[in-house]
Design a binder for this molecule. Sequence first.
Ligand SMILES: Cc1cc2nc3c(=O)[nH]c(=O)nc-3n(C[C@H](O)[C@H](O)[C@H](O)COP(=O)(O)O)c2cc1C
Length: 189
Amino acid sequence: MTKVLAISGSLRGDSYNAKLLRNAVDLFGGDVDVEILEGLKDVPPYDEDDDRDGAWKAVRALRAAFAGADAVLISTPEYNSSIPGHLKNALDWVSRPLATNPLRNKPAVVVGASTGAFGAVWAQAELRKVLAAIGARVVEAEVAVGHAPTRFDEEGTLVDEDLREQLGEVVEALVSAVAEREALARTAA
Ligand SMILES: Cc1cc2nc3c(=O)[nH]c(=O)nc-3n(C[C@H](O)[C@H](O)[C@H](O)COP(=O)(O)O)c2cc1C
């Protein structure tokens, strides 16, 4: 069964990105097992001196979650036109050692929501750049939920039909990227 690690880049209880992520999670088929990442707030600031095996429980759990996934889906907020610091920090931990990091060659897709008009497009672009630098296979699909307070109903359902369709395409693109990667691995074996 395909395993997807789903990450909301917001730590906020009533987060629009957490809602967007849950809407995406509901669109995966029954043959996909989705884990929503917990514990992002417990990850300490990256310090190379601390980066030794077993140094931090939260970092071990973070790296294990990435290692156990076939693909990664991230919904990011935008803070001052960029990636929230805690999300970038977590990816910095995951990225080391670079040559063997668990994101290497792993399909990853980014979506985002913001209260402003543009739906975190700059944060999304920067996150794609960072994921590519770490070695992930960044899937080129996007959902940008601008004016987020108007896009979800009280249950947290994304009510905009166009955005729902785009979210479905993102989910499909990620699943296809996993299948492609597996087919390549079989050919190489
Ligand atoms: C520190 C900070 C910086 C922000 N900067 C931006 C920004 O650059 N662009 C934007 O559209 N929204 C910005 N916002 C507003 C966020 O879009 C809004 O808080 C949104 O709800 C965050 O996502 P969440 O609901 O998932 O927590 C900022 C919010 C905070 C707290």
